[in-house]
Each structure stands twice: as structure tokens, then as C-alpha cells.
Write a protein that binds this ligand. Structure first.
Ligand SMILES: Nc1ncnc2c1ncn2[C@@H]1O[C@H](COP(=O)(O)OP(=O)(O)OP(=O)(O)O)[C@@H](O)[C@H]1O
Length: 486
């Protein structure tokens, strides 16, 4: 039987004189190849049709240069776009400092991902500013994020983290990683996969204010950049969770440095205090005067001024920020902020404009000069309110007595007067008489402010000619023990 089959297969076939078993082998091979080709064709066409059904653009490899590092949205709040609207983006090449402005059109489509998270995806079309025609640089913003391996933000900045990412970063939001708790959430220390240290603010799960707060914060600082503002790196929106991810600022906050929380590290010198306050004033001048819509912080206080290891100030907690649209002089809003720092007109009427921040800044400046709390019921009645006490002390020529006794090397009289007069102008009860923050920066930096008595009749030459450079490194910013928090 076996020998019979063998002889059959070895017989010569009519096909090119090939043996039967050879013909069968070729036929089977051809069949397999055909099946494989049909299968692969089916799979490819199915993929294509599924993609077009979602309405999402076909993802193409970005042709954008690798040199382009930063895309910054100017003049607009990213959440305000209507589909098809254009915005102006500044593309900054970090290697050569030239920024290129390009027009970007946004096409928005809704997508629900497999994780159940839904969100808007933008299709960016970059139009070359020179040719005014759409370039081939079509790319989907939902490209993998280098920080988390996730799609980037649909707001055009930062990163969109998943809850899982942030659970990993904070060791499941463990108690050991809690940095502190504010009015709207708990702040955790975290480490991203790429080892970046971050501060993760988990907003309390209250519908209403907390969610409103979240949007305000994201809108307010998502697209602003200043060396004295804490950088918002990204956020997470998942279910009812609202979480913000900030750059980690590693050296405590001004409140801790002034009132003992950092006592083991010593006390800030006069120069370090001025450096922190000048940095703060610059960030506020930027928020009030350099961007549109301008931002009023609404909760300037010492615990919201973080300090890095070079003793640069970084303003945090924009949760209470209100965006003021162009042309609006003020907005009426529910009075918020912190007792002792709130401007009287804001507390009385709820009318808010940037001059309310100027008042709060004045209180922080007085706090830094004196080391006292804005309101301290532990003191005699006439000293409880810091602003009132200061006015009384300066009015009775006792300025030298107000300086924080913890400052070992007393400040030069000129410098003390400059700081005191600037602070008192900031806390003027008449908001119209308060200086703008850019003026505050000049006053604090100018060696010629206040004008010396003997110079008052002479015409002034150059204002601010001898500037204290707030970026100057100070070798001993802290008196007694030492400096940085580890
Ligand atoms: N980016 C950050 N880096 C390091 N620490 C931070 C950061 N952001 C906040 N913190 C710290 O976390 C703690 C809580 O901050 P949070 O801003 O939530 O509240 P707060 O300023 O104390 O109070 P409030 O909510 O009333 O403003 C503070 O000690 C603050 O210094």
C-alpha cells in the first residue's frame, strides 16, 4: 500500500514534466501564500475604514523639526476655541532663541478611549507664516508624552496624566508623600517615570467650587511662563478626580521661613527676603500687565510664595485666580482670599481688580520686614493688626524698631525705608492710589527710592540706575545654621 502511494507520487506529471509530489508541494505553497495575502489585505482595509468612522484624522509622522521644543499659546485661553478657529502659536527653538510665530487651526473631534476617558482631540494644522499655505506639518496632538507615555494635553500645553500615572508617582497618594493640605486639596510629592520631581495637587472631591477652581487654575496658568511662577506641568481629569501636576519647588515657602516652619535651617537674611519679594513683584507685574487676559491671583500670601534652592520666589496656588477680560476694570465675585491679606475694598464690596493683589503684596512685604503675622491676637491690642501697627510706628518715627529681631545683620536704613515706604503705598486704603506692580518692582530695585532728604531739591537724573539685581546669587541667604531644605 505504502509502496503503491510512493510509486504514484514519483510518477511523472503532465505539468512541465515535474513529478506528482513536486506539483502537489508547489500547489500547497501557492495556496498558503494566497491565503496570507488575502488576510493581510482584509486587515489593512478594515483598519482604515474604522479610523475614518471616528472622524479622527489619519495620524502621520510629524515632519516638525526635532529642534522645536516649546509651543506656547499666546493671548488666548485654550478652552475657548470653537472648532475651526485659528490661534497664534509661538514656536521656540531653544538652541537658537528665535521664536517663530505660526497660525494654527484647531479641528476638534470627540473620542472615547478604551479606558473610558473622553476628551477633545485637536488636529493642528500649521500654516507657514511665509507661504500662508498649509504645510505638510499635519500632526495629531495625541502623540505619546515623553513624561508619561500618554497622549499630550488637549489644551495645547502640558501633559494629560492618567490617575494610574499619578498613583505610581505618589506611591498611591501615600501619607508619607503628603507635603501639605490647603483649602482645595492635598499636595503630594511625586516622582514621574522619567524621574522628574513633581508636586501633585489632588483637588477635594466636591462638585461645584472645586471643579470650577480646577478649570480656573488650568486656564490661568496652563499657558503662562515666568521664572517666578510655579510651572503647571499637566493635569489629570478622570471620573470625578481633578489633579494638577506642578514643578516641585524644593525649599519650603515664605511663611515657613518667616514663622518657624524652617527654623532648623535658620532665618532668611534681609537680602534673601528682598530677593524673594522682588521676584514675587515681578511675577505679579507679569500677570497684571504683560499678558492678556490679565490674571488677578486673589490669594497672595506668604504660604503661596514658594522658594527654590537659589532663593528665588515662585508664586503658587492660582486656584483663586480670576481671569479679567480685555477692557474690564474689575469683576464682581464672591469674596475669597485669606484673612489679614484681603484688600479692604474687596472685603467690603467684592469688587476685585489687580489692585487687590497689590494690597496683599504690601502685607506680605510688611510680614517679611517684621517677621510678624498679618493678624496676631497674641499681641497687645494696638499690635494685633500688622498694617495699623506699622503705620503707627512709621508715623512716630520708630521705623528701625519694626525689623524682625531674627534678622542678625540689620538692613541699611535706606534699604529698610525703601521697603517700608513701598509696602505702605501698596496697602493704601484707596486702591486708586496704590502703585501698579511694575512700579513696585522699580521702587524695590531702585537705589534712589526713597529719594534721600538732601537730594530732594535736586532734579532727579536716572531712576533705578543702581539696580539690586534680584537674580544675584547671595552667598549667605540664611543666617545661623544653613540654607536648603533637603
Ligand atoms: N509646587 C510645589 N512644590 C512644593 N511644595 C508645594 C508646591 N505647591 C504647594 N506646595 C506646598 O503644599 C502645601 C499645601 O499647599 P496649598 O497651596 O494647597 O495650600 P496653602 O497655600 O497652604 O493653603 P490655601 O489652599 O489656603 O492657599 C504648602 O505647604 C505648600 O508650600
Amino acid at each position: 500500500m505504502g509502496g503503491d502511494l510512493k510509486s504514484q507520487l514519483s510518477r511523472e506529471s503532465p505539468v512541465f514534466g515535474l513529478k506528482v509530489w513536486e506539483v502537489i508541494g508547489i500547489a500547497v505553497a501557492l495556496l498558503i501564500i494566497t491565503i496570507l495575502s488575502v488576510l493581510s489585505f482584509c486587515l489593512t482595509s478594515k483598519k482604515k475604514s474604522r479610523k475614518s468612522k471616528t472622524g479622527l484624522p489619519v495620524i502621520q509622522t510629524p515632519t516638525v523639526s526635532k529642534e522645536i521644543r516649546e509651543v506656547r499659546v499666546e493671548h488666548v485661553s485654550a478652552s475657548n476655541f470653537a472648532p475651526g478657529e485659528g490661534i497664534l502659536l509661538t514656536i521656540q527653538d531653544k538652541n537658537n532663541k528665535d521664536a517663530e510665530k505660526v497660525m494654527v487651526h484647531l479641528d476638534m473631534g470627540k473620542k472615547r478611549s478604551s479606558s473610558g476617558r473622553s476628551g477633545s482631540f485637536h488636529h493642528l494644522e500649521i500654516i507657514d507664516k511665509h507661504s500662508e499655505s498649509a504645510s505638510s506639518s499635519l500632526y495629531n496632538v495625541a502623540t505619546p508624552s515623553p513624561l508619561s507615555g500618554l497622549p499630550e494635553s488637549h489644551l495645547g500645553w502640558g501633559h494629560w496624566f492618567t490617575l494610574r500615572d499619578l498613583e505610581i508617582a505618589t506611591n498611591r497618594f501615600s501619607k508619607e508623600n503628603v507635603i501639605g493640605e490647603g483649602g482645595y486639596g492635598v499636595v503630594y510629592r511625586g516622582v514621574l517615570l522619567n524621574r522628574t520631581l513633581v508636586a501633585v495637587k489632588k483637588i477635594f472631591n466636591q462638585l461645584g467650587q472645586a471643579q470650577k477652581e480646577f478649570r480656573v487654575e488650568v486656564d490661568a496658568i496652563g499657558h503662562v511662563r515666568h521664572k517666578n511662577l510655579v510651572r503647571l506641568l499637566g493635569y489629570c481629569i478622570e471620573g470625578t478626580h481633578r489633579i494638577l501636576v506642578y514643578e516641585y519647588v524644593n525649599n519650603g515657602n515664605l511663611e515657613q521661613w518667616l514663622h518657624g516652619g524652617m527654623r532648623q535651617h535658620g532665618y532668611l537674611t534681609w537680602e534673601a527676603r528682598m530677593k524673594v519679594l522682588i521676584g514675587t513683584s515681578k511675577a505679579l507685574a507679569y500677570l497684571h500687565e504683560a499678558i492678556e487676559p490679565k490674571v488677578v491671583h486673589r490669594d497672595i500670601k506668604s504660604s503661596n510664595i514658594l522658594i527654590n534652592d537659589e532663593f528665588n520666589a515662585k508664586i503658587s496656588d492660582f486656584g483663586l485666580a480670576k481671569l479679567l477680560g480685555a477692557g474690564k476694570s474689575h469683576v464682581t465675585t464672591r469674596v475669597m482670599g485669606t484673612f489679614g491679606y484681603v484688600a479692604p475694598e474687596y472685603a467690603n464690596t467684592g469688587l476685585l481688580n489687580e489692585k487687590s493683589d497689590v494690597y496683599s503684596f504690601g502685607v506680605v512685604l510688611l510680614e517679611a520686614i517684621t517677621g510678624r503675622d498679618p493678624v496676631d491676637y497674641g499681641r497687645p491690642a494696638h499690635e494685633v493688626n500688622l498694617v495699623d501697627w506699622l503705620k503707627m510706628m512709621v508715623g512716630t518715627r520708630r521705623s528701625e524698631e519694626v525689623v524682625d529681631p531674627n534678622i542678625e545683620v540689620k538692613p541699611p536704613t535706606r534699604s529698610l525705608k525703601r521697603a517700608l515706604l513701598t509696602a505702605l503705598r501698596c496697602v493704601d486704603p484707596d486702591s486708586d492710589k496704590r502703585p501698579k506692580m511694575s512700579q513696585v518692582v522699580r521702587m524695590l530695585e531702585s537705589e534712589e527710592y526713597p529719594i534721600p532728604r538732601e537730594d530732594r531739591r535736586r532734579p532727579r537724573t536716572r531712576e533705578g540706575s543702581m539696580e539690586i539685581n534680584s537674580d544675584t546669587d547671595m552667598s549667605t541667604p540664611v543666617s545661623r545654621s544653613q540654607s536648603k531644605r533637603q
